[in-house]
Design a protein around this ligand. Sequence first.
Ligand code: GLN
Length: 285
Amino acid sequence: MKKKMISMMLCAVMTAAMVAGCGSKEAEPNEAPAAGSDVEEDAEAPAETGAPAEETEGEGEAEVSEGGTLVMATNAYFEPYEYYEGDQIVGIDAEMAAAVAEKLGMELQIEDMEFDSIIPAINSGKADIGVAGMTVTEDRLVNVNFSNPYTTATQVIIVQEGSEIAGNDDLEGKIIGVQLGTTGDIFAEDVTDATIERYNKGMDAVQALSNGIIDAVIIDNEPAKQFVSKAEGLKILDEEFVTEEYAIAIAKDNEGLLEKVNTALEELTADGTIQSIIDKYITAE
Ligand code: GLN
């Protein structure tokens, strides 16, 4: 499985914005390529007041636009972490990233793109951070750094209410829908004789499940709850795959920013900000 994961992620990186690579069938071409706001030059936000911490650091400055714009790459179809409310992208990740940006004295700019374009966007400098309910995996760590984790999640299986699939073992030989390039995609690869249908958006996979085109969807637990609540006749199986950790992805050569983000996260955890953002979007059952 490890080898598969590595080759998959390498493939994802090598093909960069060419989403159609890596054996995907369902994915459409990128409709929303990484917007090219250049962070280094984007100095329209004047040096904000109250941004003292950064000035003391001597190295890595070129990579961090002090007092400027912090560009966050995401895929905004992943409620409750990132989703549209009107033309605004809201959610746990959006609010947390805004709080981090504020700590850095920067203004947050969110760029919506396909999930598997996020790491290439970070590595090409189109974005500073990737915040997208993104799970820390060994393979992604080959290509980007991750901040300290800010929450945990699990992969779950969604099926039609009358489905004969009652647990992970019943997925054998079935048609499984996933979001392209996600950990759900990686887990589906491990299911014996399964056919994997890859979609750019998790909701598209859920739609296909509703329409009986596929047998199951493997996806993160909180978005799964949202999707199921908006569809008829679907349920989430009790059995979960492994627990995962979400963190903020940052380019390998941007250690200065990584340090600052981690410090901001520590402060926002200590003062309860992160928990209150999570509680705002996820109500305990
Ligand atoms: N947590 C999953 C991953 O990192 C899915 C993230 C997403 O679809 N936004 O692969």
